[in-house]
Design a protein around this ligand. Structure first.
Ligand code: FEO
Ligand code: CA
Ligand code: CA
Length: 638
């Protein structure tokens, strides 16, 4: 990073420590009053009663089950390989063809959203709808009988590449509750969107030189979406899927032909090494052949789940980076703000404000609003104030002198543009959620063990730990969604009681998924990596989990623990709050502690420490959605 770029972290360390302590003191002594003021809709009586009624569960240390509190049921609902409609069934030996995978759930379920069918009957709304979810990435060793390119390069084939691409993307399934929740099969709404589905491009980057390729010389149509991590919903009822670690799909054999600027851009997006080897059979992923293909990913993609024929649209005005998720807030004048974090160490938090207002009568046509507006990046000052800095070509440093040619250039290289504006580098921004009552914006910062190391930014009061193993959550408060100024505070430091955690109640580490429900309960999902899971200072947290936080009292109770090696990611509820769906991603990814001990669940799959959810001897672990209900038919969390 050159000197003229981000100079935001150069405050003297002593000053930072002083500021950090005073913020921490505020946290310890004033937090509940502070949070209670964020929930103006609730009366004193409700505040005192507490929002959480279930009995917390213990940590699960290497237990291979989903566990929920007494009085609740968690049932397996939709696994990798299950048909979306009336297509082919999953074969346990992974012998399903690419064409079959195209009609089945993808791998590695991530965020999900429930879309009720439009009806005026409140009861009906919570009994029938579409469940839409992301399939973030794949494990080739489980997807194919003899593994992927890294395992068996000699048998890697165009068919395998296709199967891997079809196991990515999004599922739309129709679901209905009669006695219990079921997937409707066949369904005319059922749909798979994959890494090969044709999509259009809108906004300033559409048609620009940056995204023109040999198969798409106009830069108007992109095949597929990649690494769909978390998601969002628009106020007009469409689904937004976020492209996160797209960089790992592209191979660059040599950087020799690149000029200095091209090298800088590739490095800033960590491009060049492919995880899977698709470039062997699909030239799109060979950056030497198609240097612009990587510019066609890293976007937020919108589609209407109720229109199965609708073509997804890459909304480029929202910038290109490793989008974790997207949350929105409606301004007083009905313009919409979209918030999205860039999940990598020392990356930034962004907000896009539409130029025009949302018109409820236009339905899905409101999507065009996302094509005009301003993308901002957050600068968090040490004193608790902050500013949204506009990423606009020609303004400030974003000129031809800095190497930018136009607004498309600024958006395609949003990370670099944000560096020039001295945005605040954060500890891996994961999910963002908006409090439906107060409008407060919560951001989980999952971890960053590199802060304070040589040549890396020192602790900042918004990222106050030099070696942030456990993660934290901050809150951004604004007058209105259209505001360009804000205040921020650290709302919780995760981790253990022996260190500096400020959790009240059950402890956890590495917050990732966040959702505030209609009652004001914050659901926190964790993602401790398998390197650390169940070992050392992380053993005390057990398997990955989901907790409920009463935002009035800050009380935190553990609600769900996942099977061995999994991450818990993705949560959605019906409007009546009586059904919840949660995704269990990469069960069986081997925690390093089990690798060391040589413990495996399934001899045929030396890289699987679980055979959840099927529990068949030698069965493969499968990412899956679980549906959670309360036995007395009540609201989840009470
Ligand atoms: Fe896909 Fe940052 O988690
Ligand atoms: Ca995540
Ligand atoms: Ca994560």
């Amino acid at each position: 990073m050159s000197e003229e770029k981000n100079l935001n972290n150069e405050s003297p360390l002593s000053l930072l420590i002083h500021r950090r302590l005073s913020r921490r003191q505020a946290l310890q002594y004033g937090l509940s009053a502070f949070l209670a003021s964020a929930m103006p809709g609730l009366g004193q009586a409700e505040t005192l009663k507490g929002l959480i009624g279930f009995k917390a569960i213990d940590i699960a240390h290497l237990i291979d089950e989903v566990i929920v509190p007494e009085g609740y049921d968690a049932r397996i609902f939709y696994r990798w390989g299950d048909p979306v409609s009336d297509g082919p069934s999953f074969k346990i030996d992974a012998s399903n063809s690419a064409q079959e995978q195209l009609q089945q759930a993808g791998m590695h379920h991530d965020a999900l959203q429930f879309f009720p069918f439009p009806t005026s009957l409140e009861q009906e709304q919570s009994n029938h709808g579409l469940l839409v979810m992301n399939h973030e990435y794949i494990d080739p060793q489980l997807l194919h009988a003899d593994g992927g390119f890294m395992d068996s390069p000699e048998s890697y084939s165009a068919e395998k590449v296709k199967k891997e691409q079809y196991a990515h993307g999004v599922s739309v399934i129709e679901i209905k509750k009669t006695e219990d929740w079921q997937i409707v099969r066949p369904s005319t709404y059922a749909r798979r969107i994959t890494a090969r589905t044709a999509m259009s491009v809108s906004g300033p980057v559409a048609g620009s030189d940056f995204i023109r390729t040999s198969v798409d010389p106009q830069g108007k149509e992109i095949l597929g979406t990649l690494n769909n991590c978390s998601n969002g919903k628009t106020p007009w009822g469409t689904y937004l899927t976020c492209e996160e670690n797209f960089n790992g799909y592209f191979q660059l054999a040599t950087a020799e032909m690149l000029d200095e600027r091209q090298r800088e851009l590739m490095q800033r997006y960590e491009l060049g090494t492919s995880y899977y080897g698709w470039q062997q059979h699909d030239k799109r992923f060979d950056l030497e052949s198609e240097p612009n293909e990587a510019n066609r990913f890293g976007w937020i993609v919108e589609f209407d789940p109720f229109d199965p024929a609708s073509k997804p649209v890459k909304r480029t005005a929202l910038g290109r980076f490793a989008h974790e998720n997207v949350a929105h807030k409606v301004a007083k004048d009905n313009r919409i703000a979209f918030y999205s974090g860039d999940d990598a160490k020392f990356e930034y938090i962004y907000k896009f404000i539409t130029e025009k207002s949302w018109d409820g009568s236009l339905g899905a046509q409101n999507g065009q609003l996302m094509d005009e507006g301003i993308l901002y990046v957050a600068q968090l000052n040490e004193n608790g104030s902050g500013i949204w800095l506009p990423l606009v070509f020609g303004e400030g440093k974003l000129t031809s002198e800095a190497g930018f040619s136009d607004q498309a250039d600024v958006l395609v290289h949003a990370r670099l543009a944000a560096d020039y504006l001295s945005a605040t580098p954060m500890d891996r921004p994961e999910w963002i959620t908006v409090n439906p009552d107060s409008g407060d914006v919560l951001v989980s910062l999952t971890n960053n063990s590199s802060r304070g190391q040589q040549d890396k930014p020192n602790a900042h009061s918004a990222n106050p730990r030099a070696n942030n193993q456990f993660g934290h959550i901050i809150k951004i408060t604004e007058q209105d969604a259209s505001s360009t100024h804000f205040n921020w505070d650290v709302v919780v430091l995760a981790g253990d009681k022996q260190s500096d955690s400020t959790i009240r109640g059950d402890q956890y580490a590495n917050p990732d998924g966040l959702m505030i429900d209609k009652r004001g309960v914050l659901w926190v999902q964790t993602d401790v990596s398998s390197m650390r899971l169940n070992t050392g200072s992380f053993a005390q947290f057990g398997n990955n989990q989901m907790l409920a936080v009463d935002l009035n009292t800050q009380e935190t109770r553990r609600f769900l623990t996942g099977p061995i090696g999994c991450e818990i990611t993705g949560v959605t509820m019906t409007d009546d709050q009586k059904t919840m769906w949660v995704n269990v991603q990469h069960p069986g990814e081997v925690p390093s502690i089990l690798k060391q001990k040589g413990v495996i669940k399934s001899p045929q799959h030396p890289n699987a420490a679980s055979n959840w959810p099927d529990k068949k001897p030698n069965g493969r672990p499968r990412s899956a959605t679980v549906v959670i209900t309360k036995r007395d038919g009540g609201v989840i969390g009470t």
